[in-house]
Design a binder for this molecule. Structure first.
Ligand code: ADP
Length: 270
């Protein structure tokens, strides 16, 4: 598959800017015009090649808007495979920059993607003051939600509607929590709960609480303070936002366009 055509560093004629976030699960693109207004946002599965995903997104946006070139910056786990080093910026900086643009009062960003989670403390100027990251353990990421949702045959985008706004256990006769810190063992715990007759909704709420406990450790590490904005694909899950709120004691607000915050930051850097 074709590599992304590299464009000059400075903004070209037309002033288009393109931000690419090449995540482990999804590749995202945000296109800004010369005034810095968002003109388009596009998402595609990452597939096996971040370079191919980046090329597909770029070509689609260019042909849709009749663009020949755009100043482009890439972020995300696959950025080094798609773009030369000097045209790449870390997800931490890009998420801080993107959320600062969408929510100027931001002090903390929590980003949860398919395979990692990051807590970022953002200064008044949008610069990163501190961050903590979990990219070693899937139990605190979207991956665990996907595994659990699949077990009960629920689509990931319907999981939050299924579980509702209250992640606390509603059946109080048999109090339980999922305690394993590894998805493989946590999945066995889930099977054990089902075997004991625990309802799917209570089991899935317990999964949300388990992720929230892990994520709140990251927030503690950076001494998170409000306003806290939640980004990444997983931020569309309101049950999890509520569970994190209970676990860390800070209101958790899903950011606008949560899955595109990193790509927006990259476009702003471009
Ligand atoms: P990455 O950058 O690591 O690829 P993203 O921030 O793009 O991750 O988020 C991908 C994750 O978001 C996946 O785990 C996916 O299951 C989850 N996701 C996508 N849409 C939703 C939704 N509507 N509700 C909950 N989770 C979602």
């Amino acid at each position: 598959m074709k590599r992304v055509t590299l464009q000059p560093q400075s903004a070209p004629a037309g002033g288009w800017k393109l931000g690419l976030d090449l995540g482990s699960t999804a590749a995202k693109a945000v296109l800004l015009n010369a005034e810095g207004t968002i003109c388009d946002m596009l998402l595609a599965p990452s597939g096996l090649s971040p370079a191919a995903a980046a090329a597909r997104l770029t070509e689609t946006l260019f042909s849709k808007h009749g663009i020949e070139q755009a100043a482009t910056v890439a972020t995300g786990y696959g950025r080094a495979l798609a773009m030369e080093k000097e045209r790449t910026i870390t997800e931490i900086s890009c998420h801080a920059k993107g959320v600062k643009k969408l929510h100027p009062d931001v002090k903390t960003v929590l980003d949860i993607g398919g395979q990692d989670a990051k807590a970022i403390r953002v200064g008044a100027d949008g610069v990163v003051e501190d961050f903590a990251m979990n990219d070693r353990c899937a139990a605190g990421t979207g991956c665990f939600l996907e595994v659990a949702a699949r077990k009960f045959d629920i689509a990931i985008h319907e999981l939050s509607d299924f579980c509702g706004n209250n992640p606390r256990q509603t059946d109080s006769e048999d109090q339980f929590e999922i305690s394993s810190t590894c998805v493989v063992f946590a999945e066995s715990e889930l099977i054990g709960l089902t075997a004991k007759g625990t309802s799917p909704i209570e089991s899935l709420k317990a999964v949300h609480r388990a992720i929230a406990r892990r994520v709140s450790l990251l927030l503690q590490q950076i001494k998170a303070c409000p306003p806290l904005y939640f980004t990444g694909g997983v931020a569309q899950n309101i049950t999890l936002a509520k569970a994190i709120e209970y676990a860390c004691g800070i209101p958790v607000t899903p950011a606008r366009h949560p899955q595109f915050a990193g790509a927006l930051g990259a476009a702003l850097f471009a």
